[in-house]
Design a protein around this ligand. Structure first.
Ligand code: EPZ
Length: 453
Protein backbone atom coordinates (compact mmCIF):
# COMPACT_ATOMS: atom_id res chain seq x y z
CA UNK A 1 0.00 0.00 0.00
CA UNK A 2 1.53 3.40 -0.95
CA UNK A 3 0.78 6.73 0.80
CA UNK A 4 2.25 10.11 -0.05
CA UNK A 5 4.42 12.04 2.33
CA UNK A 6 4.74 15.80 2.21
CA UNK A 7 8.22 17.26 2.09
CA UNK A 8 9.21 20.92 2.23
CA UNK A 9 12.39 22.08 0.51
CA UNK A 10 13.96 24.43 3.04
CA UNK A 11 16.12 26.71 0.89
CA UNK A 12 17.90 27.92 4.04
CA UNK A 13 19.05 24.42 5.06
CA UNK A 14 19.11 23.27 1.39
CA UNK A 15 17.35 20.13 2.63
CA UNK A 16 13.95 18.58 2.17
CA UNK A 17 12.23 18.44 5.56
CA UNK A 18 9.39 16.01 6.16
CA UNK A 19 6.11 17.20 7.55
CA UNK A 20 6.87 16.38 11.18
CA UNK A 21 3.24 15.76 11.86
CA UNK A 22 3.67 12.38 10.04
CA UNK A 23 6.31 9.93 11.45
CA UNK A 24 8.86 8.28 9.16
CA UNK A 25 8.07 4.65 8.30
CA UNK A 26 11.46 3.09 7.64
CA UNK A 27 15.06 3.79 6.72
CA UNK A 28 14.59 3.10 2.99
CA UNK A 29 12.94 6.50 2.72
CA UNK A 30 16.00 8.27 4.18
CA UNK A 31 18.18 7.01 1.35
CA UNK A 32 15.51 8.25 -0.98
CA UNK A 33 15.58 11.76 0.57
CA UNK A 34 19.36 12.19 0.25
CA UNK A 35 19.09 11.75 -3.52
CA UNK A 36 16.82 14.73 -3.59
CA UNK A 37 18.99 17.23 -1.71
CA UNK A 38 20.45 18.43 -5.03
CA UNK A 39 18.18 21.46 -5.73
CA UNK A 40 18.25 21.12 -9.57
CA UNK A 41 14.67 21.41 -10.84
CA UNK A 42 15.51 18.73 -13.39
CA UNK A 43 15.07 15.94 -10.77
CA UNK A 44 11.81 17.16 -9.33
CA UNK A 45 8.59 15.20 -9.86
CA UNK A 46 6.17 17.15 -12.06
CA UNK A 47 3.49 17.57 -9.39
CA UNK A 48 5.42 19.69 -6.96
CA UNK A 49 4.25 23.09 -5.83
CA UNK A 50 5.40 26.22 -4.03
CA UNK A 51 4.27 27.35 -0.61
CA UNK A 52 4.56 31.02 0.33
CA UNK A 53 3.84 32.89 3.53
CA UNK A 54 3.22 36.55 2.71
CA UNK A 55 4.51 39.68 4.32
CA UNK A 56 8.31 39.42 4.05
CA UNK A 57 10.40 42.39 2.91
CA UNK A 58 13.13 41.54 0.43
CA UNK A 59 16.71 42.78 0.65
CA UNK A 60 20.21 41.59 -0.12
CA UNK A 61 22.24 40.52 -3.14
CA UNK A 62 20.86 38.34 -5.90
CA UNK A 63 22.46 36.85 -8.98
CA UNK A 64 20.44 37.47 -12.14
CA UNK A 65 20.63 34.48 -14.48
CA UNK A 66 21.38 34.68 -18.18
CA UNK A 67 18.49 35.74 -20.42
CA UNK A 68 16.22 32.82 -21.42
CA UNK A 69 15.17 34.44 -24.69
CA UNK A 70 18.70 35.38 -25.65
CA UNK A 71 19.96 31.88 -24.77
CA UNK A 72 17.33 30.14 -26.92
CA UNK A 73 18.06 32.30 -29.98
CA UNK A 74 21.85 31.99 -29.61
CA UNK A 75 21.71 28.22 -29.08
CA UNK A 76 19.79 28.07 -32.38
CA UNK A 77 22.44 30.38 -33.87
CA UNK A 78 25.23 27.90 -33.06
CA UNK A 79 23.84 25.81 -35.95
CA UNK A 80 25.20 28.47 -38.33
CA UNK A 81 28.69 27.82 -37.00
CA UNK A 82 31.12 25.08 -37.95
CA UNK A 83 33.51 23.97 -35.17
CA UNK A 84 32.66 24.54 -31.50
CA UNK A 85 30.82 27.48 -29.89
CA UNK A 86 31.60 28.13 -26.20
CA UNK A 87 28.77 29.94 -24.44
CA UNK A 88 28.75 31.46 -20.96
CA UNK A 89 25.88 32.47 -18.63
CA UNK A 90 23.32 30.04 -20.13
CA UNK A 91 20.51 29.62 -17.56
CA UNK A 92 19.83 26.10 -16.26
CA UNK A 93 16.09 26.03 -16.99
CA UNK A 94 13.85 23.50 -18.72
CA UNK A 95 13.58 25.59 -21.91
CA UNK A 96 17.34 25.59 -22.48
CA UNK A 97 17.53 21.88 -21.65
CA UNK A 98 14.83 21.33 -24.29
CA UNK A 99 16.95 23.32 -26.74
CA UNK A 100 19.91 21.03 -25.95
CA UNK A 101 17.71 18.04 -26.87
CA UNK A 102 16.72 19.72 -30.13
CA UNK A 103 20.40 20.26 -31.05
CA UNK A 104 21.37 16.73 -29.96
CA UNK A 105 18.54 15.27 -32.06
CA UNK A 106 20.31 16.75 -35.10
CA UNK A 107 23.60 15.05 -34.18
CA UNK A 108 25.12 18.09 -32.44
CA UNK A 109 27.33 17.49 -29.38
CA UNK A 110 26.28 19.65 -26.41
CA UNK A 111 28.06 19.76 -23.04
CA UNK A 112 26.65 21.92 -20.28
CA UNK A 113 27.67 22.58 -16.68
CA UNK A 114 27.24 25.59 -14.41
CA UNK A 115 26.10 27.90 -17.18
CA UNK A 116 28.99 26.96 -19.52
CA UNK A 117 27.81 25.27 -22.71
CA UNK A 118 29.93 23.97 -25.58
CA UNK A 119 28.15 23.20 -28.84
CA UNK A 120 29.98 21.21 -31.53
CA UNK A 121 27.99 21.08 -34.77
CA UNK A 122 30.49 19.15 -36.87
CA UNK A 123 28.55 15.92 -36.26
CA UNK A 124 25.25 17.21 -37.71
CA UNK A 125 23.51 14.45 -39.70
CA UNK A 126 19.90 15.67 -39.98
CA UNK A 127 17.90 18.80 -40.85
CA UNK A 128 14.80 17.57 -38.98
CA UNK A 129 14.98 18.16 -35.21
CA UNK A 130 12.92 16.04 -32.81
CA UNK A 131 9.33 17.32 -33.33
CA UNK A 132 8.27 16.62 -29.70
CA UNK A 133 11.06 18.87 -28.39
CA UNK A 134 10.30 21.65 -30.88
CA UNK A 135 6.65 21.56 -29.78
CA UNK A 136 7.75 22.25 -26.18
CA UNK A 137 9.17 25.73 -26.78
CA UNK A 138 8.76 28.67 -29.16
CA UNK A 139 12.50 29.15 -29.47
CA UNK A 140 12.94 25.61 -30.79
CA UNK A 141 11.35 26.67 -34.09
CA UNK A 142 14.04 29.33 -34.68
CA UNK A 143 16.41 26.54 -35.91
CA UNK A 144 14.58 26.57 -39.26
CA UNK A 145 16.61 29.67 -40.24
CA UNK A 146 20.18 28.40 -39.57
CA UNK A 147 19.45 24.87 -40.91
CA UNK A 148 18.07 26.26 -44.18
CA UNK A 149 20.97 28.73 -44.46
CA UNK A 150 23.71 26.16 -43.80
CA UNK A 151 22.28 23.03 -45.49
CA UNK A 152 19.78 24.45 -48.02
CA UNK A 153 16.87 22.58 -46.38
CA UNK A 154 15.02 22.18 -43.08
CA UNK A 155 12.00 20.24 -41.78
CA UNK A 156 10.80 21.68 -38.47
CA UNK A 157 7.63 20.98 -36.49
CA UNK A 158 5.31 23.90 -35.72
CA UNK A 159 6.37 25.59 -32.47
CA UNK A 160 5.00 25.30 -28.94
CA UNK A 161 5.61 27.76 -26.09
CA UNK A 162 3.33 29.66 -23.68
CA UNK A 163 -0.39 29.60 -24.53
CA UNK A 164 -0.75 33.41 -24.63
CA UNK A 165 -2.26 34.02 -28.06
CA UNK A 166 -2.51 32.83 -31.66
CA UNK A 167 1.24 33.22 -32.38
CA UNK A 168 1.27 32.61 -36.18
CA UNK A 169 4.48 32.06 -38.22
CA UNK A 170 3.46 33.84 -41.45
CA UNK A 171 6.32 36.37 -41.13
CA UNK A 172 8.91 33.56 -40.84
CA UNK A 173 7.51 31.86 -43.98
CA UNK A 174 7.25 35.01 -46.09
CA UNK A 175 10.66 36.17 -44.90
CA UNK A 176 12.33 32.89 -45.89
CA UNK A 177 10.54 32.98 -49.25
CA UNK A 178 12.00 36.47 -49.78
CA UNK A 179 15.44 34.85 -49.32
CA UNK A 180 14.80 32.35 -52.09
CA UNK A 181 13.27 29.44 -50.19
CA UNK A 182 10.29 27.25 -51.05
CA UNK A 183 8.29 26.74 -47.84
CA UNK A 184 5.43 24.27 -47.40
CA UNK A 185 3.38 23.24 -44.39
CA UNK A 186 3.02 19.44 -44.33
CA UNK A 187 1.75 17.21 -41.46
CA UNK A 188 2.27 19.89 -38.84
CA UNK A 189 5.77 20.65 -40.07
CA UNK A 190 7.41 23.44 -42.01
CA UNK A 191 9.34 21.94 -44.93
CA UNK A 192 11.69 24.45 -46.54
CA UNK A 193 14.44 24.24 -49.13
CA UNK A 194 16.54 26.71 -51.11
CA UNK A 195 15.10 27.11 -54.64
CA UNK A 196 18.56 26.69 -56.14
CA UNK A 197 19.00 23.53 -54.10
CA UNK A 198 22.07 24.99 -52.41
CA UNK A 199 21.99 28.37 -50.76
CA UNK A 200 19.57 31.16 -49.81
CA UNK A 201 19.93 34.40 -51.74
CA UNK A 202 20.06 37.89 -50.19
CA UNK A 203 16.86 39.95 -50.60
CA UNK A 204 14.62 42.59 -49.00
CA UNK A 205 11.75 41.93 -46.59
CA UNK A 206 9.51 44.23 -44.55
CA UNK A 207 7.99 42.70 -41.41
CA UNK A 208 4.35 43.73 -40.94
CA UNK A 209 4.98 43.48 -37.18
CA UNK A 210 8.42 43.71 -35.43
CA UNK A 211 8.27 40.06 -34.36
CA UNK A 212 11.20 39.00 -32.13
CA UNK A 213 11.31 35.39 -33.32
CA UNK A 214 10.85 36.18 -37.02
CA UNK A 215 13.59 38.86 -36.85
CA UNK A 216 16.03 36.47 -35.13
CA UNK A 217 15.27 33.56 -37.50
CA UNK A 218 15.62 35.70 -40.66
CA UNK A 219 18.78 37.35 -39.32
CA UNK A 220 20.39 33.91 -38.86
CA UNK A 221 19.20 32.76 -42.31
CA UNK A 222 20.49 35.90 -44.04
CA UNK A 223 23.89 35.73 -42.28
CA UNK A 224 24.81 32.80 -44.60
CA UNK A 225 22.83 33.79 -47.71
CA UNK A 226 24.47 34.66 -51.02
CA UNK A 227 24.49 38.49 -51.16
CA UNK A 228 23.02 41.31 -49.06
CA UNK A 229 19.71 41.20 -47.17
CA UNK A 230 17.74 44.15 -45.83
CA UNK A 231 15.13 43.47 -43.16
CA UNK A 232 12.81 46.41 -42.35
CA UNK A 233 10.56 47.05 -39.34
CA UNK A 234 12.49 44.48 -37.30
CA UNK A 235 12.35 43.84 -33.54
CA UNK A 236 14.81 45.89 -31.44
CA UNK A 237 14.72 43.89 -28.19
CA UNK A 238 18.06 43.52 -26.31
CA UNK A 239 17.89 39.76 -26.98
CA UNK A 240 17.79 40.45 -30.75
CA UNK A 241 20.85 42.70 -30.38
CA UNK A 242 22.64 40.00 -28.35
CA UNK A 243 22.06 37.48 -31.17
CA UNK A 244 23.48 39.96 -33.72
CA UNK A 245 26.58 40.37 -31.51
CA UNK A 246 26.94 36.57 -31.31
CA UNK A 247 26.67 36.21 -35.12
CA UNK A 248 29.17 39.01 -35.73
CA UNK A 249 31.57 37.33 -33.31
CA UNK A 250 31.15 34.18 -35.46
CA UNK A 251 32.29 36.06 -38.56
CA UNK A 252 28.90 37.29 -39.83
CA UNK A 253 28.25 40.86 -40.99
CA UNK A 254 25.06 42.13 -39.37
CA UNK A 255 24.53 45.91 -39.17
CA UNK A 256 21.77 48.02 -37.61
CA UNK A 257 20.98 45.83 -34.58
CA UNK A 258 18.88 47.80 -32.12
CA UNK A 259 17.36 49.90 -34.92
CA UNK A 260 14.29 49.10 -37.09
CA UNK A 261 16.40 48.03 -40.09
CA UNK A 262 19.04 45.29 -40.39
CA UNK A 263 21.49 45.04 -43.30
CA UNK A 264 23.19 41.63 -43.47
CA UNK A 265 26.02 40.68 -45.85
CA UNK A 266 25.92 36.88 -46.20
CA UNK A 267 29.04 34.83 -45.49
CA UNK A 268 29.95 31.34 -46.83
CA UNK A 269 30.96 30.07 -43.43
CA UNK A 270 30.76 31.08 -39.77
CA UNK A 271 32.90 29.65 -37.00
CA UNK A 272 32.01 28.92 -33.36
CA UNK A 273 32.95 31.84 -31.04
CA UNK A 274 33.32 32.17 -27.27
CA UNK A 275 30.41 34.34 -26.11
CA UNK A 276 28.70 35.46 -22.88
CA UNK A 277 24.99 36.14 -23.11
CA UNK A 278 23.24 39.09 -21.44
CA UNK A 279 21.53 38.83 -18.02
CA UNK A 280 17.73 38.39 -17.96
CA UNK A 281 16.12 41.85 -17.84
CA UNK A 282 12.68 40.36 -17.18
CA UNK A 283 13.98 38.52 -14.10
CA UNK A 284 15.64 41.73 -12.83
CA UNK A 285 12.51 43.83 -13.51
CA UNK A 286 10.44 41.26 -11.65
CA UNK A 287 12.27 42.19 -8.44
CA UNK A 288 11.32 45.84 -8.94
CA UNK A 289 7.73 44.65 -9.39
CA UNK A 290 8.16 42.90 -6.02
CA UNK A 291 8.35 46.40 -4.55
CA UNK A 292 12.13 46.38 -4.28
CA UNK A 293 14.56 49.22 -4.83
CA UNK A 294 17.59 48.24 -6.90
CA UNK A 295 20.57 49.80 -5.09
CA UNK A 296 23.49 48.62 -7.16
CA UNK A 297 24.19 46.36 -10.10
CA UNK A 298 27.30 44.63 -11.31
CA UNK A 299 27.40 42.43 -14.47
CA UNK A 300 24.98 39.82 -13.13
CA UNK A 301 24.27 40.78 -9.54
CA UNK A 302 21.72 43.16 -8.08
CA UNK A 303 21.77 44.60 -4.59
CA UNK A 304 18.20 45.33 -3.56
CA UNK A 305 16.32 46.59 -0.55
CA UNK A 306 12.65 46.98 0.30
CA UNK A 307 11.18 50.26 -0.90
CA UNK A 308 10.95 52.77 1.99
CA UNK A 309 7.30 52.94 3.26
CA UNK A 310 6.58 56.45 1.95
CA UNK A 311 7.81 55.67 -1.58
CA UNK A 312 5.94 52.34 -1.59
CA UNK A 313 2.77 54.15 -0.55
CA UNK A 314 3.29 56.78 -3.24
CA UNK A 315 3.14 54.20 -6.06
CA UNK A 316 -0.43 54.81 -7.16
CA UNK A 317 -2.56 53.58 -10.03
CA UNK A 318 -1.05 53.89 -13.51
CA UNK A 319 -1.97 53.16 -17.13
CA UNK A 320 0.39 50.61 -18.67
CA UNK A 321 0.30 49.49 -22.33
CA UNK A 322 2.61 46.75 -23.57
CA UNK A 323 4.33 46.91 -26.96
CA UNK A 324 7.49 46.02 -28.90
CA UNK A 325 10.78 47.25 -27.37
CA UNK A 326 11.37 49.96 -26.19
CA UNK A 327 7.73 50.02 -25.07
CA UNK A 328 6.64 48.25 -21.86
CA UNK A 329 7.55 44.53 -22.18
CA UNK A 330 4.62 42.12 -22.49
CA UNK A 331 6.68 39.61 -20.45
CA UNK A 332 6.34 41.91 -17.44
CA UNK A 333 2.61 42.55 -17.88
CA UNK A 334 1.34 39.90 -15.38
CA UNK A 335 3.93 40.94 -12.75
CA UNK A 336 3.06 44.63 -12.98
CA UNK A 337 -0.60 43.68 -12.55
CA UNK A 338 0.29 41.82 -9.32
CA UNK A 339 2.15 44.92 -8.07
CA UNK A 340 -0.69 47.31 -8.94
CA UNK A 341 -3.18 45.11 -7.07
CA UNK A 342 -1.25 45.92 -3.88
CA UNK A 343 -1.08 49.70 -4.48
CA UNK A 344 -3.62 52.46 -3.97
CA UNK A 345 -5.63 53.93 -6.84
CA UNK A 346 -7.07 52.42 -10.01
CA UNK A 347 -4.88 51.15 -12.83
CA UNK A 348 -5.32 50.05 -16.42
CA UNK A 349 -3.12 47.42 -18.05
CA UNK A 350 -3.48 47.01 -21.82
CA UNK A 351 -1.92 44.02 -23.59
CA UNK A 352 -1.20 44.87 -27.24
CA UNK A 353 1.38 42.23 -28.23
CA UNK A 354 -0.50 38.97 -27.61
CA UNK A 355 -4.24 38.47 -28.05
CA UNK A 356 -4.78 36.05 -25.13
CA UNK A 357 -2.41 37.07 -22.31
CA UNK A 358 -4.88 37.61 -19.46
CA UNK A 359 -5.12 33.98 -18.27
CA UNK A 360 -3.42 34.83 -14.94
CA UNK A 361 -6.20 37.28 -13.96
CA UNK A 362 -8.61 34.64 -12.62
CA UNK A 363 -5.84 33.27 -10.36
CA UNK A 364 -5.00 36.77 -9.10
CA UNK A 365 -8.72 37.29 -8.41
CA UNK A 366 -8.67 34.12 -6.25
CA UNK A 367 -6.01 35.87 -4.09
CA UNK A 368 -8.36 38.84 -3.69
CA UNK A 369 -7.30 40.96 -6.67
CA UNK A 370 -10.10 43.29 -7.81
CA UNK A 371 -9.54 43.07 -11.54
CA UNK A 372 -12.04 43.39 -14.39
CA UNK A 373 -11.00 42.31 -17.89
CA UNK A 374 -12.50 43.65 -21.10
CA UNK A 375 -10.86 42.14 -24.20
CA UNK A 376 -7.12 42.68 -23.73
CA UNK A 377 -7.49 45.42 -21.11
CA UNK A 378 -7.54 44.88 -17.35
CA UNK A 379 -9.00 47.42 -14.90
CA UNK A 380 -7.44 47.06 -11.46
CA UNK A 381 -8.81 48.49 -8.22
CA UNK A 382 -6.01 48.98 -5.68
CA UNK A 383 -5.78 48.46 -1.90
CA UNK A 384 -7.70 51.66 -1.17
CA UNK A 385 -10.61 50.13 -3.06
CA UNK A 386 -10.65 47.17 -0.63
CA UNK A 387 -8.36 44.93 -2.66
CA UNK A 388 -6.91 42.98 0.30
CA UNK A 389 -4.99 39.84 -0.64
CA UNK A 390 -5.39 36.53 1.20
CA UNK A 391 -3.40 33.36 0.60
CA UNK A 392 -5.12 30.38 -1.12
CA UNK A 393 -4.30 27.69 -3.69
CA UNK A 394 -3.68 29.00 -7.22
CA UNK A 395 -2.29 27.49 -10.41
CA UNK A 396 0.33 28.79 -12.83
CA UNK A 397 -0.68 28.17 -16.46
CA UNK A 398 2.28 29.89 -18.10
CA UNK A 399 5.71 31.27 -17.22
CA UNK A 400 5.10 34.97 -16.54
CA UNK A 401 1.64 34.38 -15.10
CA UNK A 402 3.34 32.03 -12.61
CA UNK A 403 5.84 34.73 -11.69
CA UNK A 404 2.95 37.12 -10.99
CA UNK A 405 1.38 34.59 -8.62
CA UNK A 406 4.62 34.44 -6.62
CA UNK A 407 4.63 38.25 -6.31
CA UNK A 408 0.96 38.29 -5.23
CA UNK A 409 1.54 35.40 -2.81
CA UNK A 410 4.43 37.33 -1.21
CA UNK A 411 2.08 40.30 -0.68
CA UNK A 412 -0.91 38.24 0.49
CA UNK A 413 -1.83 37.54 4.08
CA UNK A 414 -1.39 33.92 5.13
CA UNK A 415 -0.28 30.91 3.08
CA UNK A 416 -0.44 30.65 -0.71
CA UNK A 417 0.10 27.37 -2.55
CA UNK A 418 1.06 27.59 -6.22
CA UNK A 419 0.56 24.55 -8.45
CA UNK A 420 1.85 24.20 -12.02
CA UNK A 421 5.38 25.23 -10.99
CA UNK A 422 6.85 23.47 -14.01
CA UNK A 423 5.72 26.51 -16.02
CA UNK A 424 7.83 28.78 -13.79
CA UNK A 425 10.86 26.49 -13.94
CA UNK A 426 10.72 26.77 -17.72
CA UNK A 427 12.11 30.30 -17.54
CA UNK A 428 13.49 31.06 -14.06
CA UNK A 429 16.54 29.32 -12.58
CA UNK A 430 15.97 28.50 -8.86
CA UNK A 431 13.65 31.48 -8.42
CA UNK A 432 12.36 30.20 -5.06
CA UNK A 433 15.89 29.84 -3.67
CA UNK A 434 16.84 33.34 -4.83
CA UNK A 435 13.74 34.90 -3.26
CA UNK A 436 14.33 32.88 -0.08
CA UNK A 437 17.93 34.17 0.12
CA UNK A 438 16.45 37.71 -0.06
CA UNK A 439 14.14 36.99 2.88
CA UNK A 440 10.96 35.65 1.26
CA UNK A 441 9.21 32.82 3.11
CA UNK A 442 8.93 30.40 0.20
CA UNK A 443 9.30 26.61 0.06
CA UNK A 444 9.14 23.97 -2.63
CA UNK A 445 6.55 21.35 -1.78
CA UNK A 446 7.18 17.79 -2.90
CA UNK A 447 4.92 14.80 -2.56
CA UNK A 448 6.64 11.46 -2.93
CA UNK A 449 5.20 7.95 -3.03
CA UNK A 450 6.29 6.06 0.10
CA UNK A 451 6.02 2.25 0.13
CA UNK A 452 5.31 0.47 3.41
CA UNK A 453 8.28 -1.85 4.22
C1 EPZ B 1 9.39 36.34 -28.14
O1 EPZ B 1 8.29 35.54 -28.59
C2 EPZ B 1 9.67 35.84 -26.72
N1 EPZ B 1 9.99 34.43 -26.76
C3 EPZ B 1 8.43 36.06 -25.86
O2 EPZ B 1 8.74 35.70 -24.52
C4 EPZ B 1 8.07 37.53 -25.86
O3 EPZ B 1 6.86 37.71 -25.17
C5 EPZ B 1 7.88 38.02 -27.32
O4 EPZ B 1 9.05 37.73 -28.10
C6 EPZ B 1 7.63 39.52 -27.37
O5 EPZ B 1 8.62 40.21 -26.74
C7 EPZ B 1 11.23 34.05 -27.15
O6 EPZ B 1 12.10 34.84 -27.48
C8 EPZ B 1 11.51 32.59 -27.14
P1 EPZ B 1 6.76 37.79 -31.47
P2 EPZ B 1 7.88 35.53 -30.14
O7 EPZ B 1 6.99 37.01 -32.70
O8 EPZ B 1 9.08 35.66 -30.97
C9 EPZ B 1 2.83 38.33 -34.03
C10 EPZ B 1 8.42 34.67 -22.42
O9 EPZ B 1 7.56 34.71 -21.52
N2 EPZ B 1 3.45 37.52 -35.11
O10 EPZ B 1 7.51 39.05 -31.27
O11 EPZ B 1 6.99 34.39 -30.37
C11 EPZ B 1 2.39 37.42 -32.87
O12 EPZ B 1 1.16 36.88 -33.08
C12 EPZ B 1 8.00 34.63 -23.90
O13 EPZ B 1 9.65 34.66 -22.20
C13 EPZ B 1 2.80 37.41 -36.33
O14 EPZ B 1 1.72 37.98 -36.52
O15 EPZ B 1 7.02 36.88 -30.19
C14 EPZ B 1 2.35 38.34 -31.69
O16 EPZ B 1 1.11 38.96 -31.61
C15 EPZ B 1 6.53 34.66 -24.08
N3 EPZ B 1 3.36 36.64 -37.30
C16 EPZ B 1 3.41 39.35 -32.06
O17 EPZ B 1 3.78 39.16 -33.43
C17 EPZ B 1 4.55 35.99 -37.11
O18 EPZ B 1 5.02 35.31 -38.03
C18 EPZ B 1 4.66 39.24 -31.18
O19 EPZ B 1 5.18 38.01 -31.32
C19 EPZ B 1 5.20 36.12 -35.87
C20 EPZ B 1 4.63 36.88 -34.86
Amino acid sequence: MCESMTLFFNAQSHHFEPNLRKPFLCSVKRTHFSQLCQPSTENLPPDHGLILVGGSKLSGHVNISGSKNSALAILAGTLCCSKTSKLHNIPDISDTREMFSILQSLGVRVEASNGEVTVDTDGIRSVEPCPESVRQTRGGFFVVGPLLARFGEAVVALPGGCDIGTRPIDLYIRGLQALGAVVELRDGKVCAFAVNGKRLVGGKFHLDYPSVGATETLMMAASMADGVTTLCNVAQEPEVVDLAWFLNKSGACVEGEGSDTLVIKGRNQLHGPEFTIIPDRIEADKLSAAGCKIIETTQNTLEISALPGDIARDIRGVHVKTGPFPQFPTDLQPQIMALLMTRNGSSIVEESVFDKRMGHVRELQKLGGRIQVCGNTAFIKGQDHGSALYGTTVCATNLRGGAALILAGMAAEGITKIDGVAHIDRGYQNLDMKLCSLGANIRRLISLPVCQA
